[in-house]
Design a protein around this ligand. Sequence first.
Ligand code: SF4
Length: 92
Amino acid sequence: MQHVGKIIRIKNRFPGPPTLVVNTVGEGLRKHLNLCFSCSCFHPDQLDVHCPIAQQTFEFSKTNSVSFALVRCAAFTPKPGVEVSDNSESQG
Ligand code: SF4
């Protein structure tokens, strides 16, 4: 299988192995692809109002040293100013 980008080792910020293997393309796009960052439920600095799904996903990632490039859920609610196009009939 051909990979897009390079596979490299990076320092692990959380408990677990000291280094993680990542794909440079996925690592660079992770914040842009993760819709939680554009969701009005996402408040990681205010845990009393933060999305429990996002927090559980973060805890799973931290505990298991797993990184998700794309996160979304059915409750996604765009932050003010985030535009969402209606293209639902052409998507699988
Ligand atoms: S509601 Fe869904 S998209 Fe929004 S922060 Fe929570 S998990 Fe992410």
